[in-house]
Design a protein around this ligand. Structure first.
Ligand code: CU
Length: 421
């Protein structure tokens, strides 16, 4: 009976994993993070990934902006250090170049609330296939926050993948192959020593037919830790000899490695670290927003935000876009929506009321946004301890300048309201 139950359990588990695998192969579904991790922390906008069809060795460029919101949750570590990186399934691409706010960013950067980070990453297709590509913002203590993504097809190429760099002495190297076999054999040698050590102490054989260390647990367990148990034949004179020998071989291996390195590579520099605070782009403050509450309807995947927006600038401005986490909703025609980001992560936005605000004036407007991605990417807190959303409201004035204003609003999930009221 029991085995039959197990069998059914295994079949069920297999079926579940098979269907979830098939799903993840088609949809984006970066749904593992809670909504607050997506929309209260940062907002990604103007993200572009192109081209989406390349051959092995050809470049794909990811550009875009990420802003650390002032609504960064108090339950997380404060945002101090981050790392902009492409989020792809394994080493299927090789990063070639990365800048943040125009400065080459080799390593991590220092960040702060309200900071804006315009990034550009160039990577080369390495392994043929259809790959998910997203920009990521890995914040120390929080994890990688994921931006909008796109599928990129990498087709095989007649020439094998190469990653060539020029050294300071003018020589060129192909990083794809350099030192590979050395790393493999050296690690294998270390592994062999470990295996010999393990076998010596656990497996009885001609070297020690009465191997008692693990076989006589009853004896071992009764000895204090400092007692080698020589009286009971647990650790013998011979064991000491062999252990010393194995330790000596390990040391010899290290010394040989150092000598080889010194003779083979006489010119070396220390591994480099370059951590900096990216210079901040100039921003124009144009207005203020006061949230008057928002409602989410899970049946129609519609988010409605009521707000008051005040123009504090010199020119009239128009509400253009609302960005929440990785999603952008655009007030404009089809073309304007399409060019604002990867197709799966942009959708139109309806502005009810006056979308254009004169200087000094305050307008009451309602934003209406619908997308299945709001559910699929788990952007809306439906049953969370903080029913709060945040994002960036973009306005553009008559001179063409754009400004982003942080919007934080309480949220009423109507599913919940339907159930309990
Ligand atoms: Cu994706």
């Amino acid at each position: 009976m029991r085995t039959r139950l197990w069998k059914w359990f295994l079949i069920f588990a297999f079926a579940v994993s098979a269907t979830s695998y098939a799903r993840s192969a088609f949809a984006h579904g970066e749904a593992a993070d809670e909504p607050f991790l997506k929309n209260l922390t940062v907002a990604f906008y103007d993200v572009h990934i192109s081209p989406t069809n390349i051959k092995v060795g050809e470049p794909v460029t990811i550009t875009g902006s990420v802003k650390v919101l002032p609504t960064w949750p108090f339950t997380l570590d404060p945002p101090v250090t981050a790392y902009v990186n492409p989020v792809v399934p394994g080493p299927v691409f090789a990063l070639r170049d990365r800048t943040v706010n125009g400065v080459p960013a080799i390593g991590s950067i220092a960040i702060d609330r309200n900071g804006i980070y315009n990034f550009k990453m160039v990577m080369l297709g390495r392994v043929p296939g259809r790959w998910h590509v997203h920009p990521g913002f890995a914040v120390d203590g929080t994890g990688t926050l994921i931006g909008p993504g796109q599928w990129v097809d990498v087709e095989p190429s007649a020439t094998p993948f190469k990653y060539e760099i020029t050294l300071l002495d003018g020589k060129t190297l192909d990083l794809e192959h350099v030192g590979g076999s050395g790393v493999w054999w050296w690690s294998f040698a270390g592994f062999l020593i470990g295996v010999v050590w393990m076998f010596y102490w656990t497996v009885p054989g001609p070297w020690r037919p009465d191997r008692r260390t693990v076989h006589n647990l009853a004896v071992t367990a009764q000895l204090p830790t400092w007692d080698q148990g020589r009286d009971f034949g647990l650790v013998t004179e011979g064991d000491h000899k062999w252990s010393t020998f194995i330790a000596a071989v390990t040391l010899a291996m290290l010394v040989i490695g150092w000598l080889y390195m010194v003779s083979q590579y006489p010119l070396r520099i220390k591994q480099q670290t370059d951590r900096f605070t990216p210079p901040q782009p100039e921003v124009t403050e144009m207005g203020q927003v006061k949230a008057l509450g928002s409602v989410y309807n899970p049946d129609t995947h519609t988010l409605t935000i009521n707000l008051e927006v005040k123009n504090t600038g010199a020119n009239p401005f128009t509400i253009k876009q609302f960005t929440m986490g990785m999603m952008s909703f655009v007030n404009g025609d089809k073309e304007a929506v399409e060019k604002s980001g990867p197709p799966d992560f942009v959708a139109p936005m309806q502005v009810q009321g006056n979308a254009t605000v004169a200087p000094g004036q305050t307008e009451k407007v309602t934003l209406k946004m619908s997308s299945e991605m709001l559910d699929e990417e788990r952007l809306i807190p439906l049953n969370d301890p903080q029913e709060i959303i945040a994002g960036l409201l973009f306005v553009q004035d008559t001179s063409g300048k754009t400004s982003s204003i942080t919007l934080r609003s309480t949220l009423q999930p109507t599913e919940f309201a339907k159930k309990y009221f």
